[in-house]
Design a protein around this ligand. Structure first.
Ligand SMILES: *Cc1c(COP(=O)(O)O)cnc(C)c1O
Length: 388
């Protein structure tokens, strides 16, 4: 089947929800991908921050295949070892007390939203259910997480949206203004990903934390994109010096398999009882085995490497002509240029470099084990495309 035939089949049978780039991906190794016809790409997208160690990673494959040879699914009616071990590892590495597993970022945030409402219901009774999120945020595509997403452009067609979300400016003053005696939680991304790779100010976040603690408002951090080593620490909140009550993550957690996790810290440890929440697939043993392999390797040394690669990219990308700004943290990088981001991404793709976009930014999310020569290729191609 030629690429044209694949494109036509896709157009005929796949719902029209994606504005795909004109390329197919078939196989690869690390950050090098190939199409069916053999065109080579260097991958600075990682399937949107999912393939933490690229594709065909040997250790990850071994862990996944070993589990595949045992059992692929058991349901949450029974115990499975990978799930318990992954929860233990997440708690040890973060200080969380309990973990709920799901299959995606949106579901991880759904669980956070339910945890916040239940926490408040248990303690204060009905009515204290509102959650403050930030303008320009992104929390997912389900009805509740779309409602939580602070972008008017996304609140169309599907009315009515879920009641109970207030959208604040990304500052302490903005958040405080939207909090009331009906607020049970604040939910935020520390680096807004889809919103344009925009890190929040550390001092503002610390003030928000202090305020939330005083008001018994849960501080919930959406680390679906920023988590699992992406920003140069295991979770981005660790660099902000804050102690969240709930942390949600997904994307890179299982290195390419669908897995979401909602970590519940001290305050909400006991918020859920049997039957309060659940998932058929959540915490699937294969996904958890993959995640164990990924998480164990995100150690001090790897994080130092991520930080070094980040500094290298920031320096060299910042020198490219027509680059207005470089933003982000770790290997989550946004480039503002004088050219439209989509056009830059399309031209890069033609030249064998995969980059993403986020609003007006070119967005880079390479695998954490990206190599020096691949970074140099990325800088070279971006330089050609942006400065021309
Ligand atoms: C991608 C993303 C989500 C949604 O994750 P899905 O797995 O697509 O449901 C939620 N929050 C943030 C910050 C994300 O980047």
């Amino acid at each position: 089947m030629s690429f044209e035939e694949l494109k036509n089949k896709d157009a005929q049978y796949i719902a029209n929800t994606y504005n795909r780039f004109p390329a197919d991906m078939e196989r690869g190794e690390g950050a090098t991908l190939y199409s069916e016809s053999g065109k080579k790409y260097v991958d600075f997208g990682s399937g949107i921050a999912v393939n933490s160690f690229g594709v065909n990673d040997v250790a990850w494959k071994e862990a996944v295949i070993a589990q595949l040879n045992k059992i692929q699914h058991a349901s949450n009616l029974y115990y499975t070892r990978p799930q318990a071990e992954l929860a233990e590892l997440l708690c040890e590495r973060t200080g969380a007390k309990k973990v709920f597993f799901s299959n995606s970022g949106a579901e991880a945030n759904e669980c956070a939203i339910k945890a916040a409402r239940k926490y408040s219901y248990d303690k204060y009774g009905e009515g204290r259910f509102r959650i403050v999120t930030l303008k320009n945020s992104f929390h997912g595509r389900t009805m509740a997480t779309l409602s939580a997403t602070g972008q008017d452009a996304m609140h169309r067609y599907f009315m009515p949206f879920l009641d109970g979300f207030d959208y604040a400016e990304p500052t302490f003053a903005g958040v405080r203004e939207k909090c009331s005696d009906k607020t049970c939680a604040v939910l935020l991304e520390l680096v807004q990903g889809e919103g344009g790779v925009r890190p929040l100010d550390e001092e503002e976040v610390k003030k928000i934390e202090k305020f939330c603690k005083k008001q018994d408002i849960l501080l919930m951090i959406d680390e679906v994109q920023t988590g699992n080593g992406r920003t140069g620490s295991l979770y981005a909140y660790m660099q902000y010096g804050i102690e969240p009550d709930v942390v949600s993550t997904a994307k890179g957690l299982a290195g390419g398999l669908p897995l979401g996790a909602t970590m519940l810290f001290n305050k909400c440890e006991a918020v859920f009882g049997a039957g309060d929440h659940g998932s058929t697939f959540g915490g699937n043993p294969i996904a958890c085995a993959g995640a164990l392999s990924i998480l164990k390797r995100i150690d001090k040394d790897l994080l130092l490497e991520v930080q070094g690669k980040s500094a290298y990219l920031f320096t060299h990308l910042g020198r490219i002509k027509n680059v207005i700004s470089v933003s982000g943290m770790g290997l989550m990088i946004g480039l503002e240029t004088t050219k439209p981001a989509r056009e830059v991404a399309e031209k890069c793709l033609e030249r064998g470099l995969i980059v993403l976009t986020a609003k007006n930014k070119v967005r880079l999310l390479p695998p954490l084990n990206i190599k020096k020569e691949e970074m140099d290729f990325c800088i070279k191609i971006l330089n050609e495309v942006i400065s021309e």
